[in-house]
Design a protein around this ligand. Sequence first.
Ligand code: SPV
Ligand code: MG
Length: 290
Amino acid sequence: MSAGSKLRETLARSGLVEAMAAHSPLSAMLAAEAGFDAIWASGFELSAMYGVPDVSVVSMTQHLDMTRAMVDRSGLPVVADIDTGFGNAINVLYAIEQYERAGAAAIVMEDKSFPKVTSLIAGGRQDMVRIEEFQGKIEAARAARRDPSFVIVARTEALIAGLGQDEALKRARAYEAAGADMILVHSKQKTPDEIEAFARAWNGKAPLALVPTAYPQMTVARVRALGKVGLLIWGNHAIRASVGAMRETFARIRRDGGIHGVEASIATVEDVFDLQGMGRVKDDEKRFLR
Ligand code: SPV
Ligand code: MG
C-alpha cells in the first residue's frame, strides 16, 4: 500500500489523523513509539534543528533528505511541510515529484510568497500570493503526483496575515475548487475561537487540517467534536521538548561539576542501543560473522 493510501485509510477508519512533529529519524521513531498516526515533517523544527530561522533558509534538498530518512525509520506516513513549494508552480512540479519519490504520504503547501516568514512570530511579515497564482500551484501539484492517493493539502495563511474570516473562507473554497484534498487553516490566536468559527462556516467537502500550537486548549476531543477536521498536527513539540530537556541536563552537569546528578532523568545508554537496533546487530553477528 502506498504511503498516501495508508494515510487515507487511517483517516477513513478513525475519522482523524493525529500527526506529531519531528525533525530527525530518531524523533520520528519516538513519535511512532508513542502511537501517533503520522509524522509532521515540520519546516520550523528542521530550521530550529539547524539553528536557523524558519524563513526559507533551509533548502528543499535538506528538508527532502530528512523527510526520506524519517519515512525510512518511522514506518509511519509522513506529511511533508513544503512551505511555499520552494518557488512558483514550476518549482512545485519538481518538488512533488521528489517528495513522492522520497516516500512522503502528503505535502502541505502554504499560500505565502517565497521566501516565507514563520507564521507564529509576533509582527511577522506575512506576504501572500494571489488566489489564482496559488490555484496554479495546487493544479501543478495534482499534475505532478503519480499516485492519486498522494495527499495534497493546501494551507491558507489568511488568518495569520490578519485578512479575516471572509478572505480565509474565500481562499479555502478556491483551493478546494483547484483540487486540494484537504485545507489547512492556520491561526495564531491564543484561543480556538477563530478556528472554531472558521470550521463552523466551512461547507466544503475537503476535510480541514489544524495546527493548534497557539491555542493549546484545543484537545483531540474538541477537534473531533467540530466534525470537519481530518488532520490534527502537533506542530513543534519534538524540538521544544528537546530544547527543554537538553538545557536542563547541560545546566545540571555544569552546576554539579559532573554527570552523577542527571543519570536518573535521562535515557539510559541501553535505551538508545535499543532504538538503534543493536539487538539485531548482535543476532546478525552470530549469523554472518565467521
Ligand atoms: C511548521 O511546523 O513548520 C509549521 C507550523 O508550518 S508553524 O510553525 O506553526 O507555522
Ligand atoms: Mg512550516
